[in-house]
Design a protein around this ligand. Structure first.
Ligand code: 3Y8
Ligand code: NAP
Length: 250
């Protein structure tokens, strides 16, 4: 009897949730609880951490999960590593549903960096107007360069002082569109964009906008995740789950 744990938080996870709900597959959608009111899903939802590898393994056993689909964001490396370990320990089948990294194309001006601290080092020491399109969890790293102006885009309004003295804040949940991102970057006279190589379409608009405006992007490479099966589309996942999914176009 198939029972799926879908580790969510991305556009692809939401697409898969719809297909699983339409096919009346027994599945649970899991959020970390990072945001105040995550988008509702057409599956039973659970919110919050499992309690490390041990907690996840216990959850898999007690909920009699037969398959885990890790559709978390490529930067959710801890969750992905825990899923690899817990599934190995319990023998539960695991696949990632993960979009390919973005590649620089014609007209792109990327400064590729390995991690957050290298992204900070790549910025000017002062006078830049930086669109920090990386959420809120890593803002502290940029406090060593306070003499730039930072445009922050956050899912929830900041609930306290920000670690940067000179900021503008936009509260918005993606997916984003090119027109909005182009206007946003122009209105704020942005000179640099900092982005995680998330891949996918939900966060891609800022790349297109930066290209159109001729702006450099400091592009942060994905963190390491232990090897596991990676599928790229919802249909591939449905086939892997043993369903002959109707072509959902998802
Ligand atoms: C809580 C669920 C869907 C999923 C939508 C995708 C697209 C919009 C683009 C920018 C980049 C960023 C951020 C981003 C995007 C999608 C996807 C994606 C980037 C929600 C969501 C949760 C989160 C967590 C949040 C992080 C933050 C990162 C904002 C919901 C909206 C910057 C990643 O306040 C916080 O603590 C936010 C934390 C992790 C990264 C960070 O370090 O701050 N995502 N994002 C999930 C959970 O609790 O399990 O609230 O509805 C989901 C989505 N965010 O269903 O359509 O598929 O990637 N999310 C990045 O790419 O750099 C915004 O602004 O251009
Ligand atoms: P992370 O650093 O990899 O994970 C930290 C801890 O958060 C995990 O060990 C786990 O806690 C818990 N966790 C993470 N994702 C979870 C999920 N889907 N369900 C239940 N618990 C989860 O994770 P993150 O980068 O903070 O990402 C958190 C969520 O935001 C994920 O759903 C991810 O898909 C989404 N998201 C992240 C980014 C990003 O830039 N990082 C972007 C878009 C969306 P325990 O160890 O206690 O189990």
């Amino acid at each position: 009897m198939t029972r799926i744990l879908l580790l969510g938080g991305t556009t692809e996870a939401s697409r898969l949730a719809r297909v699983l709900a339409e096919s009346s597959t027994d599945a649970v959608f899991s959020y970390a609880g990072r945001t105040a009111s995550p988008v509702a899903q057409p599956l039973p939802m659970r919110v919050g951490g499992f309690g490390g590898v041990e907690g996840l393994a216990a959850y898999l056993k007690q909920e009699e999960i037969t398959h885990v689909v890790d559709a978390t964001h490529p930067f959710a490396a801890q969750m992905s590593a825990n899923a690899v370990a817990a599934c190995a320990e319990t023998g539960v089948a695991l696949t990632a549903l993960e979009r390919a990294p973005w590649q620089a194309g014609e007209g792109d001006d990327w400064i590729s960096v390995a991690d957050m601290s290298a992204a900070v080092a790549a910025l000017p020491d002062q006078g830049a107007r930086v669109f920090l399109a990386i959420g809120k969890q890593n803002l502290d790293a940029f406090a060593v360069k306070p003499a730039n102006h930072y445009l922050l885009r956050l899912v929830d309004a900041p609930d306290g002082a920000l670690p940067l003295p000179d900021t503008s804040v936009v509260v918005a949940r993606g997916p984003f569109d090119v027109e909005t991102d182009t206007a946003l970057m122009r209105d704020h006279a942005i000179t640099h964009v900092v982005a995680k190589n998330a891949g996918g379409v939900g966060a891609e608009a800022k790349l297109t906008a930066a290209r159109a405006l001729g702006l450099p992007i400091v592009m942060i490479d994905r963190p390491h995740v232990p090897p596991r099966r990676i599928l790229r589309t919802v249909d591939q996942v449905m086939a892997w789950l043993g369903h002959s999914a109707e072509p959902s176009g998802a």
